[in-house]
Design a protein around this ligand. Sequence first.
Ligand SMILES: Cc1cc2nc3c(=O)[nH]c(=O)nc-3n(C[C@H](O)[C@H](O)[C@H](O)COP(=O)(O)O)c2cc1C
Length: 193
Amino acid sequence: MALDYLQEQDIAKSYRLLNIGATTLIGASLNGDIDYMAAAWAGVCDYDKGYAVIDKTHYTRPLIEKSGKFVLCYPSAALAEQVMKLGSISKNDDADKLDHCNIELIEIPGFSMPVIKGCVAYLEYEVIPEPHFSSTYDIFLGKCLKVVTDSRVYSNNHWHFDQADDSLRTLHYVAGGHFFTIGKELFLKEYGD
Ligand SMILES: Cc1cc2nc3c(=O)[nH]c(=O)nc-3n(C[C@H](O)[C@H](O)[C@H](O)COP(=O)(O)O)c2cc1C
């Protein structure tokens, strides 16, 4: 399927994507070593700046620290299972994690690393070094470098979920496999505790 539905957005308006507080997939890459992990604790902290909370044990973290970059992908509801897999399997334990998570990586011009197909927004960040924040609170701050969205649900600096298929709604994580889509609930009971 052609990727012509992907549309570049104005960085100055990128905060509007993050204002909805959706669950993210955080990616980082170093010398061809790519990892993605699920993150509920990521979002906006200024018009052109984002943050992510990334535990010290995660494989993704040193990739971010060494490359100085990270990508936030906003998965659609159709990717809920993949979000749980990316958030349950660590590349520390499984070198082929991404192969086992049933995802497809695509290249979008202007991004420094491949991104996950089927997400509704892609944002790349350059790390703003704040060693105290990172070492004490596991918080990474980033300045937004590039924004691309799925124009079926985000265009003209606004989300348009109601005019699109429900499968394109963003995911909002609670815990234990329990999500809401924006406006609708999705409960993956097999992950419940
Ligand atoms: C929905 C969901 C949200 C998560 N949110 C976070 C988060 O905000 N921060 C974090 O450090 N870990 C979070 N995790 C856990 C990591 O995604 C998980 O430990 C992952 O396996 C780390 O992968 P890695 O070691 O390959 O980097 C979340 C897991 C799930 C399922």
